[in-house]
Design a protein around this ligand. Sequence first.
Ligand code: AMP
Length: 600
Amino acid sequence: MRLIFIYMNKFEELGLGEAIIKAVNDMGFETPSEVQEKAIPILLDKDTDIVALAQTGTGKTAAFGFPLIEKIDSKSKITQGLILSPTRELCLQITNELKNYSKYIPGLRTVAIYGGASIMDQAKEIKRGAQIIVATPGRMQDMINRKMVDITNIDYCILDEADEMLNMGFYEDISAILADTPKEKSTWLFSATMPREVSTIAKRFMHDPVEITVGHKNTGSENVSHEYYVVNSRDRYAALKRLSDANPDIFSVVFCRTKRDTQKVAENLIGDGYNAAALHGDLSQNQRDLVMKSFRNRQIQMLVATDVAARGIDVNDITHVINYQLPDEIETYTHRSGRTGRAGKSGVSMVIVSKSEVRKIKSVERIIKKSFEKKEIPSGEEICQVQLFHLASDIGKAEINHEIDSYLPSINEVLEEFSKEELIKKFFSVEFSRFHNYYKKSRDLNASGGDREGDSYNSDGSTRYFINVGEKDGFDWMTLKDFLKEVLELGGDSLSRVDVKESFSFFNTNSEYQERVLSVFEDFKMEGRKVNVEISKDSGRSRGGRRRRDNGGSGGGFKGKRRSDGFKPKGKKRFDSNEDRGSRSGGDRGRDRRKRSDRR
Ligand code: AMP
């Protein structure tokens, strides 16, 4: 007996036909996502209603798109499928995806209808025959009223991002549209969250729907980690800049609560040399399209947006979502954080809160069923370290431009007296000094307090110490770190946040080394002088050690004096604090460099 093995790929196993499999191969999809695996066999197998709880970025468009295309009769020109989606942006994305999926099915036409474009042109497209219509509810309702579309014979109605549509106030439109469709059709509802309004729609318009859930109800993507940072309200903007500077390759959406804040934050970021832009409802459709195009092309690294304007943004590879303020509706947080961690990638959702808002974090945790990690706004030193290594790695990776070859002999002549180390130091001094000088003396932006009961203050498991040596003893953060490494016999990884002030400094170690640190410095002398180390007040609950208050950075001032020795921008007003709103940041250097490299 001969056994014949027939190789089936995973999409074939779901029951999809040849034309779609061919398109799937073209798109490079290798394995079905969870929502596809769960929904496709059910939808192919029988005509049923379905409620699928899945985030954007989980592959849900294909989860309903593949079975829909399989079931449509492409020989008939009648409209058989209607997809309602909350925004024009999403409507166009779905249409494009469906066109890709159905490219090997002759005669199948998918048409998008949405506001802000010519209704007559869209009506013409429909008239040419559209088996599938993808529509925003407002424009759809408008076209039904003007008898430009006929959805009285559809077999399938898909409500995509149902929670978003209801959030945006489309309940009446959706009800009216559904009332215009046949009772016997199948309704497929996709939603990231399941608020009461969505359940109401499901109860009112669906019959015994099969329910599938990807992840947990109302939870965000598994790939997203959630962090919060406690600052004084006036430091929000400075904190935003630091979070960006500490992540040189950031590609982010920054969410603000109001259009005014969105515009202001974006303007300040642009003024400070960042590649940023605003996206909100006061912009014309054209302006919004331009902003989105630049964002997709990565000319914009920080897209500052309102919740409404950012709905339906479907850009993969967003590394960070930054909640400049928490949303009014806690549910909205799920949508914000769902903009990152898409298509199997990991992402970070950061929240900047004031002390009084910390309790709201608990409510968000309850909704997303995930814990937040309390993190510290990085110190200037840490940022310099990150930027420095980023610059070094960029240089390491740079392709050599051989046009410089002919100038090399004369350049060599100028630099021949210097060793490799000296050249590296000089190069970095030219490229980096301004950035470093600016950040070296920047304040600690972390607001003390605001801990939640049961939290360890240093959520990263570290302890912060005060040490009575500083700049006047000849230390900078690097030499102090080396000194500590040596006397404590610790690896560099175990020491962090070395923050050198004039006559004293702070540093962190993993908490497990606390005993060692205190005992090494119990009776330690340097050049005859006693070196004193204590646990800093801000290192959290007492662990029996002595404590000392960490007065923060240059802004707080150990001697009660406010410093203003930050970077002074040429021709610009000098602010009390070098990171105040609107001031030009030392981060400019990094930004300008980044802009240049972006243009390359
Ligand atoms: P969606 O959740 O439908 O917005 O999909 C998010 C992104 O994932 C889109 O860019 C899709 O093209 C892509 N995608 C969908 N399904 C798969 C899959 N099975 N494998 C790889 N990528 C996929």
